[in-house]
Design a protein. Structure first.
Length: 130
């Protein structure tokens, strides 16, 4: 476990980077790997035993955030997808920014209402059931 701890201390998890976290998931007796790819919006407590990082992604129009402990045995590996520079240590403002963009897009969606195409003369001649 000590080699794994030293290896994880070398990870360059920084806010603003897009990373792919490979997590071990146990199904019955088998384990499989599942990826969670998103933007790192927070990195807390450095590389202490209680250190965590928060990853946010948009899945089908809904924001999903996961908090991963750095030294969790369920994390297999972390891949760096895209590196970017952030001028803040916590990017919590991204939550509101994404919500504003969604509201802006919804504002411009135009919904056309269908009106019944019944002429006035045919409305008077409708047969009545007896």
């Amino acid at each position: 476990m000590s080699a794994d701890t030293e290896q994880r201390k070398k990870w360059k998890i920084q806010t603003g980077n897009t990373i792919r976290v490979w997590q071990k998931i146990k199904e019955g007796e088998k384990t499989r790997l599942q990826a969670f790819e998103g933007l790192v919006i927070a990195h807390k407590h450095g590389y202490e035993p209680g250190g965590t990082f928060t990853v946010r992604k948009i899945s089908e129009g809904i924001g999903v955030e996961r908090i991963f402990p750095i030294f969790s045995p369920n994390i297999d590996k972390v891949d760096l997808v895209r590196k970017s520079k952030a001028r803040r240590s916590k990017l919590y403002y991204v939550r509101e920014k994404a919500a504003k963009e969604i509201k802006r897009k919804m504002k411009y969606i135009r919904v056309e209402q269908k009106k019944p195409a019944v002429p006035a003369s045919s409305a008077d001649e409708t047969p009545h059931k007896e």
